[in-house]
Each structure stands twice: as structure tokens, then as C-alpha cells.
Design a protein around this ligand. Structure first.
Ligand code: G6P
Length: 372
């Protein structure tokens, strides 16, 4: 077992560390020499993909948050409406899907029963189903019409880390491919995003190389009873995932919120000393998005929150309001989740270690949930 952990104290640590490779492998072989995306492996006829007028992502847990991130990107690049729904909710309402709907099931294991049932239900309604799955030969890709594998390699720790980054990467490839197929007006942006995606493994490595400080803070905070996470836009599902990791690994009460929702309720939770992670979007992206999050930080700071800020290199505007800033390399707004989630994973894992918990096998959880 020690050898399988590659010298790390847990599979979780190893898998967090494997993330640059997981993203690189998920990109591998899917771009031709001219930089165009080639996804013939999906074996869905181009005419079917061109006719898609709605995408519904179905998934559970971390995989659903990957879908939630992808919604922002796919809608922007393709101008196709994307819904993201927990598979067990999708299955038991009366979802409006038809032949022109692409239902994308995201799953690390490919065995989650709720997600499988959602795929079956979608097929019965005539939708085209695509599985974004990590485990070859698993059930969901066998039952779906098509599959786009993530190449994260086996994930052993129960809580998902490297699969999450690979799922976002694969879902982005799907979105960029649909945009490419439709030859829409964003074609320059598609090309530049693909080029930027190729730089992500190095940037993720840089985040990992800088993680000493987040580990130190996590150890200091081992006794904290609750942590909040705030984000906007793609930072919102990152906040949800940061909170989920902390619940799963460290058994700490944690909630993720859309930062804009703060004033509609969650700000009542802020009392002196309350730790709050805030995911700040790039100041080089939509200015209003950045400035809104900075004012959210000011609002909670004024009420005594302890602010732990994840921001882009060079974002000096956040420094005066942050108790701690974890800087990540610059990238475009839509690609930022591949970087900003990493300090949150490291934080949760380190805090759980500091509490002496089994980070690979948290209590009450299973790696793949094969019952409904
Ligand atoms: C379980 C795991 C989670 C995972 C979820 C979905 O609850 O503990 O880490 O995100 O299932 O699993 P899947 O294999 O479908 O991605």
C-alpha cells in the first residue's frame, strides 16, 4: 500500500498531487496538429450534435459540481442552454427532454446508481446520452449512447479530487467541440481557450508548489467548528466543492454560497472570528464581477469574519481586506476553477490529517454508491 501511495501519507495527498497529470492526460490525443479538437471517439453523428438545442448534465456529489462549472462555460461558448441537475432529482420529476436534448452524465466511477437511472430515464425520453466517466468498462458508459473518458487514472480516496479536475476538463472539451462544430462567432476564443487549457497542468503544479501556507493555516484551524465558502460565477460551484471537501474529510460544518446571495441570508451567520473562504474572479475578466466579490469581502470583514481569499497573482485589490491570500497563477475566468479549487482540497485534506482522521476513507461514505 505504501508503494501505491507513491511516498505520500495518503491516497488523497497523492491524488491531489497527481492533478497536473490527470488534466494533461485528459487533454492528450484530443487536439490535432493544427490545434483543432478531434472527438470522433464519442461516435455521435455530427448532425445529431449540431441539432442539440439543450444540454442537461446529471450527476451526484463532486461530479455534479463539475457539471455546474461546465454550465457557465458551455453556455458562453455554444449559446446552448445547459441545465445541471442532481441525478436523483432529475429522475423523479418529469424532466422536459426530447430528441434534441443531450443528456451528459458525469461520474468518476461510472457506477453511481442514481446517475445510471437518470441515463436510463433520459434514453426512454429519446434524448441522446453522453457519459463523461473515468472508469473504463463501467456500467454508465455501457448504457449511454456515447462516452468521453476522463483520463485521471484510478482514484482510490473516497472523496474525489483529481477526477473533479478531469471532469471539468472533459466537459470543457465537449463545450469547445460543440462550439467548433457550430462554427460560431467565438471561434477565436475557442482556439485561445484550447491553447490556455494546455498550459493548465503547469499552472496547477504551481498552485501545488505554493501550498505550504494553506497547509499551515489548516493545521492552525483544526478546532474550527464551521467554515463558509463564497464565490460568484464559476467560483460558486468551486465554493460548493470546497465546502463539500471539508464536510467529507474533516467532518466540519461547511457551507458554500453564491456571494451575491450573502445579503439574502448567509450574512446573518457572520460573527467575529468566523472563517470564510472567498474565491475571487480575475480582475482582468469582467470588472464588475471582480469588484462585486471584493465588496462582499469588505462586507463580511466589517462584521468580523476571518477572510481567507483565493485570488489571482497581481490582484492587489483584495490584500487590504484579506486575513490571508492564497494566490494562484493568472488564467481566464472560465478556466480558473482548475486552479482555485486546489487550495481548498489541500486545506480540507490537511485539516483532516491534523485531526488524525482517515482522509482516504471518511466515515459513512462510499467511493461509489451503487444503491438508489
Ligand atoms: C460518492 C463519492 C463522491 C462522489 C459521488 C459521485 O458519494 O463519495 O466523492 O462525488 O459518489 O460519484 P461518481 O463516481 O458518480 O462520480
Amino acid at each position: 500500500k505504501a508503494a501505491e501511495k507513491g511516498g505520500f501519507r495518503s491516497f488523497m495527498d497523492k491524488e491531489i498531487n497527481d492533478q497536473p497529470q490527470a488534466v494533461a492526460d485528459t487533454l492528450l490525443g484530443r487536439l490535432d496538429l493544427s490545434g483543432r479538437l478531434v472527438l470522433d471517439e464519442m461516435r455521435i453523428e455530427e448532425s445529431v450534435l449540431r441539432a442539440v438545442d439543450k444540454i442537461v448534465v446529471v450527476a451526484c456529489g463532486t461530479a455534479a459540481y463539475a457539471g455546474h462549472v461546465a454550465k457557465y462555460a458551455i453556455e458562453h461558448w455554444c449559446r446552448i442552454p445547459v441545465e445541471v441537475e442532481l441525478a436523483h432529482e432529475f429522475r423523479y420529476r418529469d424532466p422536459v427532454v426530447d430528441e434534441r436534448t443531450l443528456v451528459v452524465a458525469v461520474s468518476q466511477s461510472g457506477e453511481t446508481m442514481d446517475t445510471l437511472m437518470a441515463v436510463r430515464h433520459a434514453r426512454e425520453q429519446g434524448a441522446t446520452t453522453l457519459a463523461i466517466v473515468n472508469t473504463h468498462g463501467s456500467t454508465i458508459p455501457r448504457e449511454a449512447d456515447a462516452v468521453l473518458y476522463t483520463h485521471a487514472g484510478p482514484e482510490v480516496a473516497v472523496a474525489s479530487t483529481k477526477a473533479f479536475l478531469s471532469q471539468i476538463t472533459a466537459a470543457y472539451l465537449l463545450g469547445l467541440y460543440l462550439a467548433q462544430l457550430r462554427g460560431n462567432k467565438f471561434s477565436d476564443e475557442v482556439a485561445s481557450t484550447l491553447a490556455e487549457l494546455r498550459e493548465m497542468p503547469d499552472k496547477i503544479q504551481e498552485v501545488l508548489d505554493r501550498s505550504d501556507r494553506v497547509r499551515e493555516i489548516a493545521r492552525w484551524m483544526a478546532d474550527t467548528p464551521s467554515v463558509l465558502f463564497l464565490g460568484r460565477h464559476v467560483g460558486f460551484p468551486v465554493a460548493l466543492e470546497g465546502a463539500l471537501k471539508l464536510k467529507e474529510l474533516a467532518y466540519i460544518h461547511a457551507e458554500g454560497f453564491a456571494a451575491g446571495e450573502l445579503k439574502h441570508g448567509p450574512i446573518a451567520l457572520i460573527e467575529p472570528g468566523q472563517p470564510v473562504f472567498v474565491i475571487v474572479p480575475s480582475p482582468r475578466g469582467r470588472h464588475s464581477l471582480h469588484s462585486k466579490v471584493v465588496s462582499n469581502i469588505q462586507e463580511i470583514r466589517a462584521r468580523g469574519a476571518r477572510t481567507l481569499v483565493v485570488a489571482e497573482d497581481g490582484d492587489d485589490a483584495v490584500v487590504p481586506y484579506a486575513d490571508e491570500v492564497f494566490f494562484v497563477p493568472q488564467t481566464s475566468t472560465l478556466l480558473a476553477p482548475l486552479l482555485t479549487v486546489v487550495p481548498l482540497q489541500v486545506f480540507a485534506s490537511e485539516l483532516a490529517h491534523a485531526k488524525g482522521l482517515d482522509v482516504d476513507q471518511p466515515r459513512n461514505l462510499a467511493k461509489s454508491v451503487t444503491v438508489e
